[in-house]
Design a protein around this ligand. Structure first.
Ligand SMILES: NC(=O)c1ccc[n+]([C@@H]2O[C@H](COP(=O)([O-])OP(=O)(O)OC[C@H]3O[C@@H](n4cnc5c(N)ncnc54)[C@H](OP(=O)(O)O)[C@@H]3O)[C@@H](O)[C@H]2O)c1
Length: 290
């Protein structure tokens, strides 16, 4: 049995991995969150790995509160950068293959065409800066595969889909920004891709050529378009008004455009990536008829 350790497993992505883990009978998963394994504590991680040797580590742990990070940068950097360095060093020492995630928010959003992996990052927010620092730690160690993703949602945890459904039940009108463009990503699709990568690495079939890949669902939209689709699928009648970022200020600055080019991962894994509307419908339990 090939053993796989998942950290931060009570979050969106971790829970989707849990759901899919049963389909991978030749992988034995150890799911942990901060109570079982606090990845900011080097001794604890070392001890854990010595007691429970694994071949793969999937790091789903992260500080993901984008606006709150502006007020507590130390916490964001501790988890998104320092802890990633700890994990990277321990994985290197124990020859463990690491899968780690980063974000579209490492880009400044000035592009008008999808960002490729080689584009120069320039994050505007503390969250983006902390995630980029985590990437740099792993790149310096030459450790692991980093998957940058965007606008993640799931039926687990906190996310935009759940927020819109809650607000739509409480209010008669909503205002949602329409001048930030990106690609939603269903965490279940990202979990599936992660397990596909683990299986490729395990079977040493078509190994990766790069350490950094972009993955999101296909298609692009604004947060306003995303909200409209959520309420349409839910059958709600609420009126949504498109507003500009300047009319709806938030603590953290977000990129105006953060669409990720996924050619590298698509070509490597030879996959067809689902469109965001189809995945959203699946997540919401709605079967679409063509
Ligand atoms: N969410 C997005 O929109 C988005 C977009 C782009 C990229 N990403 C990246 O995708 C990855 C997965 O995100 P996600 O949305 O699944 O994250 P999430 O739902 O916020 O889950 C993160 C998990 O890590 C746990 N955690 C916190 N401190 C920890 C520690 N010291 N040790 C171990 N675990 C700890 C959290 O517990 P608590 O809840 O108790 O703190 C939570 O269960 C992250 O790398 C994130 O940066 C996310």
């Amino acid at each position: 049995m090939t053993r796989v350790l998942v950290t931060g497993a009570n979050g969106q992505l971790g829970n989707e991995l849990r759901k899919l883990s049963g389909l991978n009978q030749d992988l034995e998963f150890i799911f942990t969150d901060v109570d079982e394994l606090n990845i900011t504590n080097e001794n604890e991680v070392n001890q854990f790995i010595e007691n429970e040797p694994v071949r793969f580590l999937i790091n789903c742990a992260a500080y993901t509160a984008v606006d709150r990070a502006e007020d507590e940068p130390e916490k964001a950097f501790l988890l998104n950068a320092d802890a990633v360095d700890i994990i990277g060093r321990i994985c290197t020492r124990h020859n463990i293959q690491l899968i780690h995630y980063s974000t579209d928010f490492i880009f400044d959003g000035k592009h008008r065409k999808p960002y490729v992996e080689a584009d120069i990052p320039d994050p505007a927010s503390v969250y983006g800066k902390s995630k980029l620092a985590g990437e740099y730690h792993l790149q310096k160690l030459n450790a692991g595969i980093i998957i940058r993703t965007s606008w993640l949602y799931s039926s687990f945890g906190h996310n935009f889909v759940k927020t819109i459904l809650r607000l739509a039940a409480e209010q008669v009108e909503l205002r949602v920004v329409d001048d930030q463009i990106g690609s939603p990503t269903w965490a279940a699709d990202l979990a599936g891709i992660t397990l596909e990568i683990i299986n490729r690495l395990k079977n040493k079939k078509n190994p990766p050529q790069y350490g950094l890949y972009h993955y999101s669902n296909e298609g692009t939209c604004s947060w306003y378009d995303f909200a409209e689709e959520i309420v349409k699928l839910a059958g709600l009648k609420i009126k949504i008004h498109p507003v500009s970022t300047s009319e709806y200020p938030s603590k953290a600055r977000r990129p105006a455009y953060s669409v990720l080019d996924k050619s590298l991962i698509r070509n490597w894994l030879n996959i067809k990536i689902p469109n965001w509307k189809d995945s959203l419908a699946k997540c919401m339990g709605i079967t679409k008829h063509q």
